[in-house]
Design a protein around this ligand. Structure first.
Ligand SMILES: Cc1cc2nc3c(=O)[nH]c(=O)nc-3n(C[C@H](O)[C@H](O)[C@H](O)COP(=O)(O)OP(=O)(O)OC[C@H]3O[C@@H](n4cnc5c(N)ncnc54)[C@H](O)[C@@H]3O)c2cc1C
Length: 493
């Protein structure tokens, strides 16, 4: 099924409980903090259904049509189709929404190519995983995930020693028909706009953290579940002109609080196995599918930043300076570098798991590392090119509604390069990219969405072919030995 934007918005009016501070939000589709971003998501669902877009955004299997992000790739061409779809979705938000509907669904789909990983001596959950995958693609489900314990609360001993409840989400009861979970998880980006939340553990657990070792899926409106949103940045935007990115693309981040939430057995995928709770992401292509989407999403953002750098240099006149042209050349090279890293993941795809193809994992992790490491410097380049122009603009576009102020503005703010209004429009966008609260949140997102940098590098370490690297060194070392002593000369005798 391919649902409409309206279907999706209707589904969000389901009694879910969302707090912004002490304010309880009753309808996320109309509340000023969320309405525009909700519409952005709805537009994605509508675009997917347009006849001209059907092959880009969806595929057919056994007579039914499903969103492309549920495609289990069997060929390189399937991987290409996934990549093109991610790019088109990311282009709709210029890469500003990381947890668009093609992100977590990629995790679930990747896992569904190796469901046997979910079967252990204790539990046989592979059927649950496959049924869930089927449920998601049939209902065109939009899921987010909360797969980290709350920051600084990762040591349960501290709480148990003081007889305090451990805040980390864990199983508090097992029943005939399911389990009961309580506690917190961070950080459900886009959770307020989603149908479901995948709860799990992307960080390794200690072997004795058995109760925390639960992976399951819950609807956002589950009884006992509340979302605690961070500050709603979109509410600070007076209008789209002054804050174009904030206005449409604040995907939101929320803490997930579960207070005795019941989860039926069919939605439980890992239980009581601290090792498996983490390994499901890396022993299946789940992590790879999901983070390939992140690479592609960053690529869209990179194209916007590169274009903005050039437009700003045109607007200030700096483009005439050779060193500025060199800077722009460097930005274009960085964009092409990322494009190459993304395409390479398909050209060097892995035949894994059996009967399937997966993006090249090492290249995917390399791109993930590159994006995380480079984002601050890339944004800083745009900041440098913008200079003080961002603050030269009036506080609000409402000056255009006052004939006297408008005349002054249009006279004094025009430059040889651009009329005043065009300049204001460009520099307002630049500020939303480099300096607004939205921009600050983007910076934090790019640093942490896939884990802190040491976690990301650890993935590259794990996947690296150290034997091959060692073989190269050993081959070189093996090519020479202790030299023969120099021949003694006749005169020395
Ligand atoms: C905007 C945003 C959106 C997010 N969205 C989601 C989401 O949708 N779903 C989800 O599950 N999670 C999400 N996250 C959470 C994200 O996965 C975590 O923020 C991330 O894993 C880092 O964990 P932490 O924030 O607890 O930082 P910490 O683990 O506390 O690390 C903070 C810093 O401490 C240092 N540090 C800590 N431990 C070590 C160590 N062992 N070695 C070296 N340095 C160390 C590092 O400098 C690190 O950068 C999001 C985070 C942000 C900021």
């Amino acid at each position: 099924m391919l649902k409409t934007g309206n279907d999706h918005l209707e589904g969000l009016r389901d009694g879910r409980i969302v707090y912004i501070g002490s304010e309880k939000v009753t309808d996320v589709t109309t509340h000023p903090a969320f309405a525009h971003a909700a519409q952005t998501i709805a537009d994605m669902f509508d675009a997917k259904r347009e006849k001209k877009n059907l092959d880009l955004f969806s595929y057919e299997e056994d007579g039914e049509r499903y969103s492309m992000w549920y495609l289990r790739a069997k060929t390189k061409d399937d991987l290409r189709r996934r990549m093109r779809c991610h790019k088109a979705i990311a282009d709709m938000t210029y890469g500003m929404m990381g947890r668009s509907p093609d992100h977590v669904s990629g995790f679930v789909t990747g896992m569904a190519t190796a469901p046997e990983v979910f079967d252990t001596d204790t539990h046989k959950f592979s059927a649950n995983l496959l049924n869930y995958y089927d449920h998601c693609r049939k209902n065109d489900t939009y899921s987010t995930y909360a797969v980290l314990p709350p920051q600084a609360a990762r040591n349960p001993d501290f709480y148990t020693r003081q007889n305090l409840p451990v805040p980390t989400l864990q199983v508090v009861a097992e029943k005939d028909n399911g389990i009961v979970i309580s506690g917190m998880k961070m950080l459900a980006t886009s959770g307020v706009f989603c149908d479901e939340i995948w709860i799990g553990n992307l960080l390794p657990l200690a072997p004795n953290q058995v109760k925390e070792a639960v992976t399951c899926a819950v609807p956002v409106n589950a009884e006992g579940l509340t979302l605690w949103s961070r500050q709603a940045i979109a509410r600070n935007a007076a209008n789209e002109f002054d804050s174009p990115l904030t206005w449409r693309y604040d995907e939101t981040d929320s803490m997930v609080i579960c207070d005795k939430v019941f989860v039926p057995w069919e939605r439980v995928f890992v239980l009581g196995d601290a090792t498996l709770a983490r390994e499901i992401y890396i022993r299946t292509p789940g992590h790879c599918y999901g983070n390939h989407q992140s690479n592609v999403r960053f690529w869209s953002k990179m194209q916007l930043i590169t274009g903005l750098c050039s437009r700003v240099a045109e607007a200030t006149g700096a483009i005439e300076v050779p060193v500025v042209k060199e800077t722009l050349g460097r930005m274009a090279a960085l964009e092409a570098t990322l494009s190459g890293m993304i395409h390479g993941q398909i050209e060097a795809a892995e035949e894994w798991p059996k009967g399937h193809m997966t993006f090249n994992r090492r290249m995917m992790y390399a791109a993930l590392n590159w994006c995380t490491e480079s984002h601050s410097a890339i944004i800083d380049q745009l900041r440098e090119l913008a200079g003080g122009g961002v603050f030269q603009m009036p506080a609000s576009v409402d000056v255009m509604h006052d004939p006297e102020l408008r005349k002054l503005f249009e006279t004094y703010w025009q430059t040889p390069q651009l009329p005043a209004l065009d300049r204001m429009k460009l520099f307002k966008l630049v500020w939303d990219m480099v300096g607004s609260e939205f921009a600050g949140r983007q910076q934090q997102y790019e640093k942490f969405y896939a884990g802190a940098s040491f976690i990301i590098r650890n993935h590259s370490y794990r996947e690296a072919p150290w034997e091959m690297f060692h073989g190269v060194v050993d081959g070189l070392l093996g090519g020479y030995d202790v030299p023969e002593p120099p021949a003694k000369s006749a005169s020395a005798d």
